[in-house]
Design a binder for this molecule. Sequence first.
Ligand code: GDP
Ligand code: MG
Length: 143
Amino acid sequence: MALERTLSIIKPDAVGKNVIGAIYNRFETAGFRIVAAKMMHLSTEQAEGFYAEHKERPFFRALVDFMTSGPIMVQVLEGEDAVKRHRDIMGATNPTDALAGTLRADYAVSIDENAVHGSDALESAAREIAYFFTEEELCARTR
Ligand code: GDP
Ligand code: MG
């Protein structure tokens, strides 16, 4: 296993539920280090660009409207096997399929408003991290 970085987003529904700290606690308990973080309220253009891979999907407009409906927390998590382990902690895209104890089982209400985002592969993680953060904004956590 290798030390990896992955992009995590706490979506507007979860920010609205005031569970940023609860979700950060899950990340830290799982052994991830948060190496960058910012709160943002995405513009339509930013949300469309981030989810460009889905632009032909029937849910694209609803997804962009949701992701721009309120502030989000965006963070870079670092840890062993981070991409897959973060996906495991998140749970399935549709919360009705998410295993008990996952973030989506606990905080999501529907597939449209499913609390969190996580990169699905190392290549998408690199692209998504660069979409929101400059190299200088990624803080090494060596102490
Ligand atoms: P993820 O990687 O688990 O977030 O899932 P995807 O990359 O497949 O989809 C991105 C986001 O689009 C999901 O997190 C959902 O919020 C939304 N989404 C995916 N599939 C559907 C769907 O069938 N219907 C709706 N309404 N939203 C969806
Ligand atoms: Mg995805």
